[in-house]
Design a protein around this ligand. Structure first.
Ligand code: CO
Length: 156
């Protein structure tokens, strides 16, 4: 188990199109575990492998319902509707922005057991899936944001 260093905007790894995972070996499952631990430690709802410097198509998401999604080679197969809402990113820690996303997405991915999983998502989960898959294509939310504002410092 390890908490990994999160790359920030400006790091070229965030702009690369990530490579598909061809074989799920111990290195890949260990990476998924460490990505989840890193996401939880940073209080994020999602993390994509390029954010920790690995240009591979892997994502972890937990929107706060205690369900950890580990997605290998995720693809969106259907989109419906649209909704504009605020989002942020662990790689862009100083800003939030409003981004238009599809309201509902259907996606497919491989889990760590190598099984194909199909998932229909709405609300925050749909937003997180779209945000994280964008990372795999070298896209950051600041590229799409309609408005960007400095993130307010919260008093402890
Ligand atoms: Co992000």
């Amino acid at each position: 188990m390890a908490i990994l260093k999160i790359m920030h905007a400006g790091n070229p790894v965030l702009r690369k199109v990530a490579e598909p995972v061809k074989k799920i070996d111990k290195r890949i499952t260990r990476l998924l575990t460490n990505m989840a631990e890193t996401m939880y430690a940073a209080d994020g709802v999602g993390l994509a492998a390029p954010q920790i410097g690995e240009s591979k198509r892997m994502v972890v998401i937990d929107v706060g319902d205690g369900v950890l999604l580990e997605m290998i080679n995720p693809v969106i197969t259907k989109r419906e509707g649209s909704v504009v809402d605020m989002e942020g990113c662990l790689s862009v820690p100083d800003y939030n922005g409003t981004v238009e996303r599809s309201a509902t997405v259907e996606c497919e991915f491989t889990n760590r057991q190598g099984e194909l999983v199909k998932l229909t998502a709405t609300e925050l989960l749909a937003r997180a899936i779209q945000h994280e898959i964008d990372h795999l294509d070298g896209i950051l939310f600041i590229d799409k944001a309609q408005t960007i504002e400095p993130r307010e410092m919260k008093d402890e």
